[in-house]
Every structure is written in structure tokens, then in C-alpha cells.
Design a protein around this ligand. Sequence first.
Ligand code: 28F
Length: 642
Amino acid sequence: MAEKEKKINYDVSSIQALEGIEHVRKRPGMYVGGTDIKALHHLVYEVVDNAIDEALAGFCTAIDITIHADSSVTVEDNGRGIPVGPHPTKKDSKGRPMETVDVVMTVIGAGGKFGGGGYKVSGGLHGVGISAVNALSEWTITEIKRDGKYWRQEYKRGIPQGPIKQIGKVKDETGTKQTFRFDKQIFTEDIDYRFDTLVQRFREMSFVTRGVTIRFTDERADREMTFYFEGGITSFVRYLNRNRENLHPVVHVEKEMENIGIEAAIQYTDAYTESVYSFANTINTIDGGTHLTGLRSSLTRVINDYARKNGLLKDADPNFSGDDTREGLTAIVSIKHPDPQFESQTKVKLMNPEVQTYVTQVVGEAFSTFLEENPQAAKAIISKCLTSARARDAARKARDLVIRKSALESLTLPGKLADCSERDSNKTELYIVEGDSAGGSAKQGRDRHFQAILPLRGKILNTERARLDKILGNNEVKSLISALGTGIGDNFDIEGLRYGRVIIMTDADVDGSHIRTLLLTFFFRYMPILIEDGHLFIAQPPLYRIAHKNQVKYVYSDKEKDKVLKEIGEKATMQRYKGLGEMNPEQLWETTMNPINRTLLQVGVDDAAEADRTFDMLMGDAVDPRKKFIQTHAKSVRNLDI
Ligand code: 28F
């Protein structure tokens, strides 16, 4: 009887929840931004965000994330565990209290507030709550360890499959574990999680969430990474500067103002570039915003004040510009805000105006104290600023010269360019090809009517810690600029573009991806309009050639390879292409250049921005550490405190 009563009583979902779930499934775009791979990753972030919140609240020290072979994902934390029992306020359709887990897991928009007067601090950009993930999953299993009990609840497409059950006991462990598989009825494209994308996000999360161990396992490929940064963003700065000479120890400040957490870590090095990253509620705000502006302006002000006061800038000298004080600067600013405002969903930029005031004040105070107490460091920083002010002046003149020259040179096409005969840029394509041998195959294999080939020698742009400006002087880049016909920087004119499609074609190996990153960074910084207007593409050469009798198939992924091998059977002969150079001209044409067969990836601003961020990490001065970093991506490595 008791059992029956329980069943009658249990009305899993309020009408409201059901309607909410239906809405999420009908309009996933409104909740996770679509049904593409980005949205798929969003599901994972949403769940991990909940665990991060539990860590930020001070109750969780370890988060484990696992992608299973069937692409289901488990996220587990050792926090307090979602409370089990009736929810204090939420009622079902018949006016009875709902089970707390079911509220968290099914009521759309219930996520936001945590118990105990806290606020949801991680994410904030997503913040749609785990209920949206649940609604978009074929199934979800929630497991809770709390009060000595082990609980389990199951959902299908967002709907509870019965009441929550106790399935065992635990000692004193507590925590929450979510396992879900994204619903192929919703995510209909052939997509799957990308290890590298997720790793990047978890690394950043662990840097800005001090003292939490994030372990990430990919069972599809037997890869694992663990992140634990005892020193939080101070470790982050040391990590970024690992290949540079620093001028002083990392300056760190952390303070709360008006319920807003403000943290910054700053270190100057002898490098020429600026590496400054900003975070709001653990999200990397790649377009910066008020926290970043606050950090930069306070550094410029404090340095100018100090230099004047100590006679390092004379009365006749102008103040250092922002650019002067940013050369060689590595810094992180991370804020935690109860109500973050972002400019838009995709380009992440923090807009809260009060944040600028607080960051300026907190960072200004700390950095000025540091300079006062460390005159040696202050002197080193200011002499660096002086050098860069002078160099900037000289560089401006030199760059103007290069630009004027390259404008002239653009009249004379580079010798290595194999141009096409068509002149209408709506119909033409330029293939930028890595290496001379691949360039040779491409020249022979192409349709010379509309396809032009520009071979670039590998490692061209590897100007090692130099200003990106220097790249303009590089011969390979000069020929690229003149082949495109647009000019560069402020002189860029899209009207001059000689090819409607600009296609980067590199080997599918580590060097190839390095060169692609460099090219993307170059385009991102100097010809962003080319990307915004959709002219930039990446070619997709095949990974394997599989032949059997007189049948030949080219495949482009390992997944596809397994499928084809199954179809054709074991007797097939397979060739793995390690580089473009291994294909003869006909093969290159058939697989990668013929518009009828080929696949091109269009480069979006987001992709280029990501490449730009990776750029700094790739550009160390010593070769070994850089290699190591690239391999870190390729294999399993432990990233412990550095
Ligand atoms: C695998 C992802 O989702 N972790 C979570 C908690 C802890 C609490 C909580 C979550 C209470 C009233 C809703 C515990 N004890 N990891 C997670 N850990 N949710 S989600 O509370 C939810 C609210 O309504 C928690 C005391 N307060 C909060």
C-alpha cells in the first residue's frame, strides 16, 4: 500500500516542467546556441559549470570528466551532493512539493540560484541550467552521495523515469555525478566531442579555480589529462612565461568589492608581445571588456606616475602610451560577478561598467605598492617601456616603408605564384600550399583556368618572439600579400582581392597544424575582413587511400576508415598519407582540389581568434618546450602545478 501511495503521489513533472522541456527540444538554439558541435560542447560546459560552482562555494576539490566510447559523458564532483527530499518551494501540477533533484533536472530556469544565499558564479554566459542539457539528452543518470546514502535517478529526454531511489550506502563521501548522452534526434549532424576544444576550456577553468583538480578522460581514444594549479592565475602567468625571461616575480592581487571578486596576476618579461587574458566567472572573455580595460589603464597610469616621480621620465618626455606599457606584459584578470553582462553570446566581452572602476582601483593600488617596494623591478619595467617607446617610433617608420613597398610590389606578382587565367575574382581560388614538393603536385594537378597556387616554404613565419610586425618583412609573407592584392593593415582594401577563395592547404601533421595556426593568426590580425567576408578556407586532404581490386576510396577520418574497411573487407590495401607530397597530382586534384569531390572548411572569426590565442603558446624562443607543448596536445600528459 505504501508503495502504491508513493506511486500515486509521485507526479514526476509539473506541467510547467513538461512544457519547458518541450520548448528546449523544439528550440535548442535558444538554450545552447544551436545543434552544431559548439552546442554539443556547451552541454558539457553546462554540467561542469555546476561542479565548478560547488568548488567556488568551497565544497568541492575534484571534478572528473569522462567521454565514454558511446559519446556519453560523465561529470562527477565531490561536493555536497544535490539535496535529496522535497524542494522547499517548487510544487508539482497538483500542488505537492517536487523532489529537489527533479526540480534541478527538469525545471527550465531553476538553475540560477543556489541554496544558502549564494549565487551561480561560473558560466553566467551559459547559465541555462542543467535541465536544458537533460532535455536535450537521450538519457541522463543522476547519482548523489549524501548523508551516507547513494541515490540514483534516471531521465529520458528530460523526463524522470520514476522516483529517485536509494541504491546503496556510502561512508562519508559526498558528491554529484551526472551521466548523459546527447540526443541524436536533436543533434542530427554527424558530430562528436573534440578533445582539444574541451581540454582548452578545462585548462582555463582550472587556472581560474584555484585548488581544484580537474581530470579529463577520453575513453574513445584512451587519452587523459589532469589539471591542478595550486597557485591559480599566478601559475597561469608562470605557465605563459615559461619560455621567456621575466623581469620580476609575479605580482598577485585578490580582493572583493561590492560582492564582486577581483583577482589579477601580472609579470613583465623581455618579450615583445602582450599576453593578457581576461576571465569573467571562469569564462575566457576573448573580446575583453571592462575588466581588461581597467587592468590596462591602471598599469599605464601607475607606470607613468612612478616614472615621473622618480625622474625616469623627464619633463620634456611624453607619457608612455598604452602600447608602450604593454610590450612584454603577461597578465590575467579574473572577476567573479553575481550578474555579469555580456555584449553578445558569441563574441565574449564583459560590459559591466562598475567592474572597470573596481579593477582599476584594486590593480592600481597593488601594482603601485609593488613598484614602491621593489625599485629594481620598477627600473627594469620602465627601461623596457622606454625601449619599446623608441622601438615603436622606429618600427612605425619601417612598417610604413614596408607597406608602401609591398603596395608597389603588389604590382609585380611573386615569381613562385602559379597564377590562373581567369580574372573575375568571384570565380578564382588561391591555394596556399606548404612546401615545394606539395606545391609542385598542386601546380600540376590544379585546374589552371581558375586555380592559382602559391607554395610557401615551411616554418616561414616562425619569427620567434618577434613582433608580428616583423612578419611583414618576411619574403614568404610579402609574396602572399602581393598575390592577394589587398594591401595590409590600415591600407587593406578588400576590393583589390584577386581570389574569391583563399585556401590554406597544409599537411595533416603537427608541422602542418603549426603553419596553419601561424597563417590564421596572420590573417586574423592583419586581414580580418578577409575572414569576416568569408573568403578564407582550409582544405581537407584525405588521411588514407584504400584500394581493393579496381575500387579506390579516399577517406578523411579514422572513423570513416574503419567503416570503409568493414565494407570492403580485410583484403584491401591501405596507404596512410603523411603529407600532401605523397599524393601524385591527379590524386591531389581528385581528393582535395576538385570542387566536385572536395570538402573545404570555411574559417570563421571564432576559429581564427582561437588560433590567435594558441599562437602565443606556440611561439616560444626555445625549440624544445614548444615541441613539448604540441605533443602535449597529441598525447596524454599530466599538467601539474608549475
Ligand atoms: C556533476 C555536476 O551538478 N554539482 C552540484 C550541488 C550542490 C547543491 C545544489 C548542486 C538546492 C535547492 C536547488 C547542496 N547542499 N555537478 C553538480 N552540486 N546543487 S549541483 O543545490 C541545488 C539547489 O534548490 C547544494 C546545499 N546547497 C546546495
